[in-house]
Design a protein around this ligand. Structure first.
Ligand code: TYD
Length: 207
């Protein structure tokens, strides 16, 4: 694949959106073709699945339905958006990807990694990020930030202990895949975080 696949991860409220926009602008200024996308979503079908997943009225959704819907959105996303863009040589920046399913569904919901891995094998079709930026911020701080920003969605309503489980799972993931996952301290200023992000990505671009 000619392009570079970058995924962005972290608990809710770590400032990912701001940093993704800044990173895209930085890379475009360097003359690189950038495709910005997100999960769940990133395709017309995926965006419809997203609405179902984040709808606070769907409080009775079972953990396995939830995991399957995230994987369904991902299957469409990989084949319709991400893979074609990478084949065309773009830098694809994706707001959340498979790691989110590992931390939120396998650990947050307790489905276990084997189950989540097996349904996602199908969705991923062998695709792996070249680099994953993990924004880290203590869950209490992150949740306060998120609630100032917008009304909490279905996952954010799960509260602090759920976010703590997710946070721990992210830390474990960073340890397990040190070559791919770069932890970024999200408690720094916007400018400092942006600098760390640019450095990490620049050294990993396929050129
Ligand atoms: P979003 O509004 O994009 O949250 P954020 O701005 O924090 O990224 O909502 C996505 C939510 O879906 C978020 O709470 C994490 C969750 N999620 C999963 O549980 N599993 C997944 O596989 C993905 C991609 C997201």
């Amino acid at each position: 694949m000619k392009g570079t696949f970058i995924t962005i991860e972290g608990t809710d409220g770590t400032g990912k959106s701001t940093q993704i926009a800044l990173l895209a602008e930085f890379l475009r200024q360097k003359g690189l073709p950038v495709v910005l996308t997100r999960e769940p979503g990133g395709t017309p079908i995926g965006e419809k699945i997203r609405q179902i997943l984040l709808d606070v009225e769907n409080g009775d959704m079972t953990p396995s339905t939830e995991a399957l819907l995230y994987a369904a959105s991902r299957a469409q996303h990989v084949s319709q958006t991400i893979r074609p863009a990478l084949e065309a040589g773009a830098v694809v920046i994706c707001d959340r990807f498979y790691d989110s399913s590992v931390v939120y569904q396998a650990y947050g919901r307790g489905l276990g990694e084997a189950m989540v891995q097996s349904i996602n094998q199908w969705a991923l079709d062998g695709l792996e990020p070249d680099c994953t930026l993990l924004f880290t911020l203590p869950p209490k701080k992150a949740l306060d930030r998120a609630s100032k920003d917008h009304t909490p969605d279905r996952l954010e309503q799960e509260g602090l202990s759920f976010q703590e489980t997710v946070y721990e799972a992210y830390q474990a993931l960073a340890k397990a895949a040190p070559n791919r996952v770069v932890a970024v301290d999200a408690s720094q200023s916007v400018e400092e975080v942006a600098k760390d992000v640019q450095q990490a990505v620049w050294s990993r671009l396929k050129r």
